[in-house]
Design a protein around this ligand. Structure first.
Ligand SMILES: [Zn+2]
Length: 147
């Protein structure tokens, strides 16, 4: 059994990783009223240069798999994990409060981002750090783009 002090397992060396810029929007937790910084999306590099913004639901699975709780805490947000909500009782991979772990729902965060941009805010101002995510499989990307 691994001790609690062991570092998290490293990614397999053959797995290519891409640096992504994490975009988070600060807000007060509905439950404990602490300020928390749930992730609303990431900028991923494009193959041909430049970058592309992906909203949180599109990358939640990769974030949850590749980013440790400690890294998320450094970004002032809680663990990304499966949580249930009133509107989605089946649950989904969600942001959590950095302090009390309460779900920070995708829908209100999406609305906050729309409001922020509608008021003239730039997503660049919401970049809180860079993380490394496994590159998405080519096949999966084609399937996603075709759908
Ligand atoms: Zn909270």
């Amino acid at each position: 059994m691994a001790a609690l002090t062991d570092p998290p397992p490293a990614a397999p060396p053959h797995q290519p990783r891409v640096p992504v810029q994490v975009v988070a929007i600060p807000g007060r937790c509905w439950r404990c009223n602490e300020v928390t910084w749930p992730i609303v999306g990431v900028f991923v590099p494009r193959d041909g240069g430049g970058r592309r913004f992906l909203e949180f639901p599109e990358v939640a699975e990769r974030l949850a798999a590749a980013v440790s709780r400690e890294q998320l805490h450094e970004l002032r947000t809680g663990e990304i994990k499966h949580r249930r909500s009133k509107v989605r009782p089946e649950g989904y991979l969600s942001n959590g409060c950095v302090d009390c772990d309460a779900i920070q729902g995708n829908f209100p965060l999406h609305e906050d981002l729309i409001t922020f941009r509608a008021e003239g805010g730039s997503i660049n101002d919401l970049i809180v750090g860079t993380l490394f995510l496994p590159r998405r499989q080519r096949g999966a990307r084609r399937a996603a783009e075709a759908s």
